[in-house]
Design a protein around this ligand. Structure first.
Ligand SMILES: [Zn+2]
Length: 169
């Protein structure tokens, strides 16, 4: 068979996520995470947010280096309906590809991570699924969307084109 028909192999982070999701599906339980590291104790806010994502995805337990790139997001507010503060855009390089995340606070002031993907209607990169654990990332990679249910921020993302039918008002 020509090798071009084969799917690219999972990166080790993706493989660990899929394993974690399958374990959660089998046992009904996720591995306990413990409290998030405090964002305000980091060198700067962006680094603090990246540390929380590293903790939620248990990247330091995978015994392989994992990089998280971070930058202020140009479009999305940090708080729902907010004006002044920007969300944080994060990405985890996976050897030629990357996983993009958007970090915002929900209305209970909890830091929430959404994976970003092209909108199925307008193709702009928008928050699509809430991913707050390694197990969630595994479900996402397995396309087990029923377990995830979509990001509440998908419809309201200002990244959609102006007339995108997926956009809510
Ligand atoms: Zn759209």
């Amino acid at each position: 068979m020509p090798s071009t028909t084969m799917k690219p192999a999972f990166h080790h982070i993706e493989a660990a996520a899929v394993q974690a999701a399958m374990r959660r599906a089998r046992t009904g339980r996720a591995i306990p995470l413990g409290p998030d590291p405090a964002v305000h104790l980091a060198d700067d806010e962006l680094a603090g947010v990246a540390q929380v994502l590293r903790h939620r995805l248990r990247l330091d337990s995978l015994n392989r280096p994992a990089v998280i790139r971070r930058a202020p997001d140009s479009l999305h507010p940090l708080f729902t309906g907010g004006q002044h503060y920007r969300a944080t855009a994060l990405s985890i390089p996976l050897g030629g590809r990357s996983l993009g995340f958007l970090a915002t606070y929900n209305d209970r002031r909890r830091l929430i991570f959404d994976i970003t993907d092209p909108c199925p209607r307008c193709r702009e990169s928008v928050p699509t699924e809430e991913i707050n654990r390694l197990e969630d990332l595994g479900d996402y990679l397995l396309q087990a969307r029923d377990f995830l249910g979509g990001s509440p921020r998908f419809r309201y993302s200002p990244a959609h084109t102006a007339h995108c039918p997926a956009r809510g008002d």
